[in-house]
Design a protein around this ligand. Structure first.
Ligand code: GLC
Length: 434
């Protein structure tokens, strides 16, 4: 019983299987070390922002190290910011001089990254910002860092939007023709709906990006590619940001919808030196499990430093997640929502042929684990971390006996000590029919 996902134009099979990817937000804003939105948040002019460009020199950059950390964390694909909202391109584009090859950095950052991650067996995805805070023809609206500066707005009234659209489409064409097979294109983002008034009311969306034509070109260049939803034209995947869903997404025909939550270590996507609200490895693991139990993927972000490294706080957590994934990955890869409802403090996933159910224990129970309705369904149970049997015990062991209505509850005897993994997983073998 493979999972019943609704069809989409692109190929999502690998994606539904792989479940866990690495997002990378990197650009000259890493030199600011205080959020990739620093230009907007501090309402910087191009001249003020220039200093990050002029000091962006990632001399320690070695994408092989990044790729290895991603693979060892259990991630199967990665998505890199080719251009973020500041407009600065990380590859050696022919379409603008606002690219890192002209910074002290002096090199194309994307090409060696793509090669290194492929080498480690990960699929390649590109994030590309539709928004651009620097392009001279991106017409001014509330998104511009200087939108409150009347003189700036007046001086920039003659911008020619069609030139920006040509640039946007041209960049995407380069990205899809010069780097081999790209599995995933993550656009960011549309903001056509606005609560504000006047100039500040103006936003941009699918018609502005000429998204239909853009998507046609993409499908022609790379037919199987997955495209996200943020052009405002739904394609292959819905991409909620920094939230956990409370149930699977289902369409009107009752089919599952492909989705992926993108998440951060500490709130910011780009490197943020002073942000302290870092998630624990246990929380990150639980977020991944929770998503898969609801039919979703998790794209977990790293914001490399201006020197070109993953900082120790990130490395430490990636390694802890990898330690868990090494032994428990079987409950994540190729798995999705389960036909049975999990008890409180647990999340169920199930493999595609339905032969195994994985109970992820968010808290560890004393002595017995009660799994409603699974009595007639399961004939063997083990801890996934060490493959040791958990005995199925009869209802007579329990005093007082469970009520009649709960006679189909599966009761497992569990050790008093929580198994030595961040989130213990119980692997349940479903009885063969007939
Ligand atoms: C947002 C932010 C951004 C980040 C992205 C990740 O829309 O603008 O900085 O790149 O989401 O999903």
């Amino acid at each position: 019983m493979a999972f019943n996902y609704a069809d989409t134009p692109g190929n999502t099979d690998w994606f539904i299987h792989d479940r866990f990817g690495m997002f990378i937000h990197w650009g000259v804003y890493a030199a600011g070390g205080r959020h990739e939105w620093v230009k907007k948040y501090e309402q910087m002019t191009n001249e003020q922002y220039q200093r990050f460009f002029d000091h962006f020199d990632p001399d320690l950059y070695d994408p092989k190290v990044w790729a290895k950390l991603a693979r060892e964390a259990g991630m199967k694909y990665f998505v890199i910011t080719t251009k973020h909202h500041d407009g600065c391109c990380l590859w050696d584009t022919k379409l603008t001089d606002w690219k890192v090859t002209n910074a002290p950095c002096g090199r194309d950052l994307i090409r060696p990254m793509v090669e290194a991650f492929r080498e480690e067996g990960l699929k390649v995805g590109f994030y590309h910002s539709l928004i651009d805070w620097t392009h001279p023809h991106y017409t001014i609206d509330r998104m511009n860092p200087r939108c409150n500066d009347e003189e700036f707005v007046k001086a920039n009234q003659d911008r020619d939007w069609s030139k920006y659209v040509a640039f946007l489409h041209g960049c995407v064409r380069e990205l899809l023709t010069e780097f081999g097979e790209i599995s995933y294109l993550f656009f960011d983002y549309s903001y056509s709906k606005s609560p504000a008034e006047g100039l500040l009311k103006a936003g941009k969306g699918k018609d502005d990006w000429e998204a239909e034509r853009l998507i046609d070109m993409i499908r022609e260049l790379q037919p199987g590619i997955m495209i996200n939803d943020r052009t405002e034209i739904p394609q292959d995947v819905i991409t909620p940001e920094q939230v956990q869903l409370d149930k699977p997404l289902v369409n009107d025909d009752g089919k599952l919808i492909v989705w992926e939550a993108c998440q951060t270590f500490s709130g910011s996507w780009g490197y943020f030196r002073d942000q302290l609200d870092w998630k624990s490895p246990e929380m990150i693991i639980k977020m991944l499990i929770d998503g898969v139990s609801k039919g979703g993927n998790m794209l977990f972000n790293v914001g490399p430093t201006g020197r070109g490294e993953f900082e120790p706080r990130a490395v430490e957590r990636l390694q802890a997640v990898g330690k868990w994934m090494r032994v428990n990955g079987r409950s994540i890869y190729g798995c999705g929502p389960c036909d049975y409802e999990a008890p409180k403090d647990a999340r169920f996933t199930q493999n595609a042929d339905g032969s195994r159910i994985y109970a992820h224990m968010f808290s560890w129970p004393f002595k017995h684990l009660y799994l409603p309705k699974l009595g007639p369904v399961v004939d063997y149970a083990q801890l996934l971390n060490d493959g040791s049997e958990l005995k199925i015990v009869s209802h007579d062991t329990i005093h007082p006996r469970l009520p009649e209505t709960q006679q189909d509850t599966l009761i497992l005897e569990v050790p008093v000590q929580k198994p030595p993994v961040d989130v213990p997983v119980v692997e349940l073998f479903v009885k063969r029919q007939g």
